[in-house]
Design a protein around this ligand. Structure first.
Ligand code: FAD
Length: 551
């Protein structure tokens, strides 16, 4: 931390670091509240993990629910989060999140090209908890966005590998799109104006809103240090340039999590996180910058957990795949090295983190790592396993065997144990009740299961009894970490004594998440990211106005 003894090379009202949904929303909000804004991005591409995402936002009591007549309230949403809190959720921040969500949606819809609609019927992730919504309504998405609206900026938005296409989430099997998918003619029509869905639609719209305000994000600008003047954060240094850039109102950290920094992960996170799926530039720069100026940290143990498998893309390049629908569909189980099931496989991906981190106190090993997903021929024929439908040789990343015993030997699992597990599960599946782990009791499980059987137990339970059998190791991954600087209700970062540190804000995965260890529903990470971006941008703009008036 250096005081600015030399003048800033450039000055504005509000600096935003990072161009994911948190950063872009903060920039728009600051500008709408009167600030001159500068946005900097470490990568040579824009949009962060937000652009790779499904682009869904979990906003209880949102305006689109109200229009559709779906009842909800702040009290219900708070009761729901409280039921999942385990003492980790700050009630005041949760209230602000829930109360501000609908306001943020209306603000963006009224003032920018960012528009939302319901992802119909998508249930919350723990819908049977008090205040939960088994029939959905809280998850929103943006309609497709024509990228030709972005001109030369279109090619500067990062494109992920898992969700790259021209589909909205509500058109995918998970979002309950038409069983035959989107017709080819419609996809060809979408190609004309480069219409894109999911996270690309969200980021494309947010970026357009920035460009409309004259805010042109600067790429390949890695922020490295905050400049503190008289106890307030007043600027930023970058590794690519000499001299610091000043901000009269403040700096919004929106630099994502620290999941790609092994040392930080090992220091803080509660258990193995070997497979992040976010943009690799999320290496905890914002966390380090904040630690250097003496902030309070919170929620450091947690990440948005995710089971991940290593596969290869069509070109044979290694690729990580979020193994979600596969776990929930019938004819599949997950087993540990003892050959035993250890979890409701269809539970939401974030909750599975707890099962990955369980320790066997006798052997002092992670009880459920390594683990595998095992499916049978029925599964592969019905659903395909990441595109493989049982025709020809399986891909190199997928183990196949003619019997459960042969599969166990290839995996190094006791054959008898795996056979017993498979037989027990198959009998329970045939009876329609997983008495061991309760798979299928929740509306969540059957939603993520076979789309053709939603709401029925056989959407998720089906015997694993038809050779050949297939398996792949499942790794403890994450969408991103969710610990970092603690903030107040304005998104202002707190110092180690819990007092707001003038001039510093945080939003998104860089900040101590309001959600504690939970994931409320589809959109549970982007919603708080954008709400706290909105709040922080607004507060920083007002702070800048006060500085200008005082000088
Ligand atoms: C396939 C997939 C699907 C998902 N679907 C959903 C979904 O539907 N709903 C949901 O809520 N969540 C979803 N997620 C998770 C969600 O994408 C992330 O939690 C969210 O995007 C985080 O937003 P952010 O703005 O905090 O970070 P990011 O979007 O990752 O942006 C951070 C940016 O900061 C930049 N940066 C880092 N360090 C610096 C520095 N020193 N200086 C300047 N810039 C820096 C990074 O390069 C990056 O561009 C999904 C994730 C994936 C991978």
């Amino acid at each position: 931390v250096r005081a600015a003894s030399e003048p800033f090379v450039e000055e504005c009202d509000v600096i935003v670091l990072g161009t994911g949904a948190a950063g872009l929303t903060a920039a728009i909000s600051a500008h709408e509240h009167g600030a001159e804004v500068a946005v900097f991005e470490k990568s040579d591409q824009l949009g962060g993990t937000s652009a790779w995402s499904g682009g869904m936002l979990w906003i209880p009591d949102n305006p689109h629910m109200r229009a559709a007549g779906i009842p909800d309230s702040t009290a219900e949403a708070l009761e729901y989060l409280d039921s999942l809190s385990l003492g980790m959720i700050d009630g005041e921040l949760a209230r602000v999140l829930i109360e501000t969500g609908p306001e943020m949606v209306s603000f963006l819809e009224e003032r920018t090209p960012v528009q939302f609609r319901l992802v119909p019927r998508f249930p919350d992730y723990h819908p049977e908890h008090p205040g939960g919504k088994p029939g959905g309504g809280r998850s929103l998405e943006c309609p497709l966005y024509p990228f030709d609206e972005l001109g030369e900026w279109a090619s500067r938005v990062t494109v992920g590998t898992q969700l790259t296409g021209r589909l909205s989430m509500s058109e995918t099997p998970l979002g309950r799109g038409a069983p035959d998918g989107v017709p080819r003619a419609e996809l060809e029509r979408r190609a004309v104006r480069d219409e894109r869905g999911a996270g690309l639609a969200l980021v494309g719209r947010l970026l357009r809103a920035c460009l409309d305000r004259g805010i042109e994000p600067r790429t390949s600008m890695r922020a490295t240090e905050l400049v503190v003047v008289d106890g307030a954060v007043r600027g930023v240094r970058f590794d690519a340039t000499e001299g610091a850039v000043g901000a009269r109102g403040g700096v919004v950290l929106a630099t994502g999590g620290f999941e790609w920094d092994d040392a930080l992960v090992r220091s803080f996170v509660r258990g193995p996180l070997t497979h992040p799926v976010s943009v690799p530039t999320n290496t905890g720069d914002g966390l380090r910058m904040a630690m250097r100026v003496g902030v309070a940290l919170g929620n450091m143990r947690e990440a948005w957990w995710l089971p991940v498998v290593d596969i290869a893309d069509r070109a044979g390049q290694p690729m990580r795949w979020q193994v979600n629908g596969e776990r929930a569909r019938p004819h599949s189980i997950m087993v540990n090295r003892q050959g035993r099931r250890f979890v409701n496989e269809a539970a939401n991906y974030n909750a599975l983190g707890a099962a990955f981190h369980e320790i066997d106190v006798t052997t002092f090993e992670y009880a459920n790592l390594p683990c595998w997903i095992v499916v049978d021929e029925q599964f592969v024929r019905k659903f395909g396993f990441v595109g493989y439908r049982g025709e020809g040789a399986p891909p190199s990343w997928l183990t196949r065997a003619e019997s459960i015993e042969a599969l166990s030997e290839q995996l190094g699992i006791p054959p008898r144990a795996l056979r017993d597990t498979v037989e027990r599960f198959s009998a329970m599946a045939t009876d329609g009740a997983d008495v061991d782990f309760g798979r299928g009791r929740s509306a969540h499980d059957t939603w993520w299961g076979d789309p053709a059987l939603t709401g029925r137990i056989d959407a998720t339970l089906g015997p694993v009894d038809t050779a050949p059998f297939y398996a792949i190791e499942v790794h403890p991954g994450a969408l991103g970490t969710k610990g970092g600087p603690r903030t107040d209700v304005n998104g202002q970062v707190l110092d180690v004594d819990g007092v707001p540190l003038p001039g510093l804000y945080a939003a998104g995965n860089v900040m101590a998440s309001v959600m504690g260890m939970t994931y409320g529903g589809a959109g549970g990470t982007l919603a708080p990211a954008m709400v706290f971006g909105y709040l922080g941008g607004r507060h920083a703009a007002r702070a800048a106005a006060r500085v200008v008036m005082a000088t």
